[in-house]
Design a protein around this ligand. Structure first.
Ligand SMILES: NC(=O)c1ccc[n+]([C@@H]2O[C@H](COP(=O)([O-])OP(=O)(O)OC[C@H]3O[C@@H](n4cnc5c(N)ncnc54)[C@H](OP(=O)(O)O)[C@@H]3O)[C@@H](O)[C@H]2O)c1
Length: 268
């Protein structure tokens, strides 16, 4: 999709990857609707971006709240008139042994990572179907294709988002609305709290800058991409895991031992 001059609603705009996407889109002359819960951060980002692109609307709201996504979408459409591209970038992470995770934390993670984006898309679709054009972009994770120990609920929520993206893409074929799923690997943002970052450094995980991920998300939008996995060899591991999961079992089971001190509650 041609992005210059389009209107993009971006969730997770106050975050590391989201704000990098917002800055790069602004430089391409995109009209932006920036969503997150943090009104102050959104206002500051909007003030910065208004020096670069003409229309920037900070829209504070919680995508996990009942009625939140529908309210946000209605307000965005009322303000902008049309939404061309919806980028679901908001996300949260639970790290640790699943036996120690509170059920309320599992539910709230699913609400942000899977139910929230789906409900926002549900609110956007009548508008996009009527216009016969639109692009939906879901930011997933490599962990949405490789079930990763100590990130069980997070992996599950991204598997859900990936499956939903695939099904919806097939359902919408021929309507003029595309669905793109982008799966980053470890990215240097505040998303990864200190135990996760220390563990990633010790395990020598490959790490990307948010600006690199943002550029890949925008490239995927421009080519109407289907699924985009970021990083080598991660995209190869995704393939191997789908064909020969036992091979990946061996590698990851070894890693769990190294992860144990970081994942245990007393280690964080
Ligand atoms: N960083 C990584 O290593 C990595 C790797 C692979 C995939 N990803 C994915 O990339 C996306 C962005 O990650 P990031 O690194 O930019 O994370 P981040 O810096 O922690 O930003 C997360 C964003 O989500 C927003 N958010 C969280 N809960 C929300 C809610 N209930 N309602 C509305 N907004 C909410 C946050 O805003 P407020 O808190 O202000 O609401 C913030 O803008 C996520 O979907 C993540 O799963 C990240």
């Amino acid at each position: 999709m041609k992005i210059s001059g389009s209107t993009v609603l971006l969730t997770g705009a106050s975050g590391g990857i989201g704000s990098a996407i917002a800055r790069q889109l602004a430089r391409r002359g995109v009209n932006l609707i920036l969503v997150s819960r943090d009104r102050e951060k959104l206002n500051a980002l909007a003030a910065e971006l208004r020096t670069v692109t003409s229309q920037v609307l900070p829209l504070a709201g919680d995508i996990a709240e009942a009625g939140g996504p529908a309210r946000l979408m209605a307000e965005a459409i009322r303000h902008a008139g049309a939404i061309d591209i919806l980028v679901n970038c908001a996300g949260v992470q639970n790290f640790g042994f699943f036996a120690e995770e509170a059920p309320a934390d599992t539910a709230s993670l699913f609400n942000v990572n899977a139910v929230g984006p789906m409900t926002l898309i549900n609110a956007a679709l009548p508008h996009m179907l009527q216009r016969k054009t639109g692009q939906i972009v879901n930011v997933g994770s490599v962990f949405g294709s490789i079930g990763f120990p100590c990130f069980a609920s997070y992996s599950a929520s991204k598997f859900a988002l990936r499956g939903f993206s695939e099904a919806l893409r097939r359902e919408l074929a021929g309507t003029g609305i595309g669905v793109t799923y982008v799966a980053p690997r470890f990215t240097k943002t505040a998303f990864n709290r200190s135990p996760v970052t220390r563990m990633a450094n010790i395990l020598k995980m490959n790490q990307d800058e948010p600006e690199t991920v943002a550029a890949s998300v925008i490239a995927a939008i421009e080519r109407n991409g289907r699924d985009s996995y970021l990083g080598w060899p991660e995209k190869l591991f995704v393939r191997i895991n789908s064909i020969l999961p036992r091979l990946v079992d061996q590698a990851l089971m070894k890693q769990v031992h190294a992860m144990r001190p970081f994942a245990a509650k007393r280690g964080s």
